[in-house]
Ligand binder design. Structure first.
Ligand code: NDP
Length: 481
């Protein structure tokens, strides 16, 4: 049985209390690895190591920091197959998805910020008449706490640690305890790349122990968190009275708005992807599909037919479109929402049940892609995040009506619009309460753009220079000439 270790001060180490948590393969339901059940003692060691490494790392020229990050990116690329397989086994996602999306994006994150920091110029403001000049220096904070979720494990883990490290911070990071494997493998690659001890520390374990200890630690002044809205609220409650700088990327319940004049085949094809990619476990998935009434029946028929043809099965098999959901507990949550949809008066057009996969995966946690119609736009099924392969279909008649539907939840992460009418596309986009809007596409990502949500979907933005600003403290110096 593989035993994962913490990565502290450049070494792979066992947790101080020598306690471990079981790690399951969601596709088989079998125990396959042990994860450190770390606590405040391990976090304390990690923070001390990060504090000791900080002065030298902050003083290392940005170019040199960038070179080390590019070396890590190269190693991720070299180990693509091994990392993709580990991600698929740990998370349940199709191997193909891990190989083409998750792992390549992890190396892109390191590469992007390893080079972005070279272009991160400081500002200067000359005061005409007064004959003074201001220049703004950006200092790294010291130790940054980075906490990430299980749905895109290495992808989101690196999306946080890359800008933090590039900006000159040292990091204490915690991957989700449900999917720790690729973060553990990354620690080996960091050692191979020659990252100085203490610059990155990875402490594995439960959120309520390790995550909470990082959040509450007085020597960790900045916290970057991606996860559920309820956890974000807990973190904010701890961090706010300590005046910590916080970035919160939280849940979503994203609308996918299809106008009658859309490119139908493109909208249909992409809607399959935006509904069920990664078993619907992407914060950006469009789980509420609103279709303009003249196209409702045509879309419903074609969509349901396509959904019925999606293969649910062994994530390691090439033809699989939907793998396992991340855990037995999460599967029960998804199924209970499908039950709720029935009670709320919804009609299940396809799916609505657990899938029993034969052979190796007979003990795994699989849910059929599920399409529901006939629900009020503001019922619980349509306003709470399910985070699984479940979407609802709702017809609409006017722009005003669909904007009301789309904006009625507490969330405001992402939205998609399908129309050939350009003025309408922009008009609707600007009225949507969503931090990210896609028009005639979905999940097309430019890493330079601000990424994040409105309302209960988060606080602050990641991406591009936004993240480098977040991971630095601005200091203005005014010189009278
Ligand atoms: P959770 O909020 O349950 O967990 C996220 C991370 O926080 C995990 O590492 C978790 O550890 C840790 N954690 C849990 N409790 C605490 C605590 N009290 N203090 C500090 N850390 C804690 O989210 P999930 O892992 O279930 O991820 C799914 C959620 O993430 C969805 O809501 C999804 O929408 C959101 N998400 C948002 C994205 C965005 O960019 N806005 C992107 C991807 C996902 P542990 O695993 O041990 O519980």
């Amino acid at each position: 049985m593989q035993k994962i270790q913490n990565y502290i001060n450049g070494q792979l180490v066992a947790p101080v209390a020598e306690q471990y948590i079981d790690n399951y393969n969601p596709a088989t339901g079998r125990l396959y690895a042990l994860i450190p059940d770390s606590d405040e003692q391990d976090v304390e060691q990690a923070v001390q190591a990060a504090r000791a490494a900080f002065p030298a790392w902050a003083a290392t020229p940005a170019e040199k920091r960038g070179q080390l990050m590019l070396r890590i990116a190269d190693l991720i690329d070299e180990h693509l197959e091994r990392l993709a397989e580990a991600e698929s086994i740990d998370n349940g996602k199709p191997l193909k998805l891990a190989r083409t999306v998750d792992i390549p994006r992890a190396s892109s994150n390191m590469r992007f910020y390893g080079t972005a920091i070279q272009h991160f110029a400081s500002e200067a403001h000359y005061m005409e008449g007064t004959e003074a000049i201001n220049y703004t220096v950006r200092h790294p904070h010291g130790v940054a706490g980075c906490i990430s979720p299980w749905n895109l494990p290495l992808y989101l883990f690196t999306w946080k640690i890359a800008p933090a490290l590039a900006a000159g911070n040292c990091v204490v990071a915690k991957p989700s305890e449900v999917t720790p494997m690729t973060a553990y493998l990354l620690s080996e690659l960091c050692m191979e790349a020659g990252l100085p001890p203490g610059v990155l520390n990875i402490v594995h374990g439960y959120g309520h122990k390790v995550g909470a200890a990082i959040t509450a630690h007085p020597k960790v002044p900045v916290i970057s968190f991606t996860g559920g809205t309820a956890t974000g609220r807990t973190i904010a409650a701890t961090a706010a009275p300590m005046f910590k700088k916080l970035s919160l990327e939280l849940g979503g319940k994203n609308p996918n708005i299809i106008f009658a004049d859309c490119d139908f085949n493109n909208a249909l094809h992409t809607a399959i992807h935006s509904s069920f990619a990664n078993q619907g476990q992407i914060c950006l998935c469009g789980s509420r599909i609103f279709i303009e009434r003249p196209r409702y029946d045509k879309f419903k028929t074609a969509f349901v037919e396509k959904v019925k043809s999606l293969t649910v099965g062994d994530p390691l098999e090439e033809g699989t479109r939907l793998g396992a959901v991340v855990s037995g507990q999460h599967m029960q949550k998804i199924l209970s929402y499908i039950e709720l949809a029935r009670r709320e008066g919804g009609t299940i057009l396809t799916g609505g049940h657990q899938v029993q996969v034969e052979g190796r995966c007979s003990g795994g946690w699989f849910v059929a892609p599920t399409v529901i119609e006939g629900l009020p736009y503001n019922c619980r099924t349509n306003t709470e995040e399910i985070f699984g392969p479940v979407v609802t279909l709702t017809p609409f008649d006017t722009e005003e009506e669909v904007l009301g539907y789309a904006n009625c939840t507490d969330y405001g992460l992402a939205a998609t619009i399908w129309t050939q009418n350009l003025p309408r596309a922009h008009r609707v986009a600007h009225q949507l309460q969503a931090g990210i809007v896609w028009i005639n596409t979905w999940l097309l990502r430019d890493l330079r753009t601000p990424f994040g949500g409105m309302k209960h979907s988060g606080v602050g933005r990641e991406g591009g220079f936004e993240a480098l600003r977040f991971f630095t403290e601005a200091q203005n110096v005014c010189v009278k000439l």
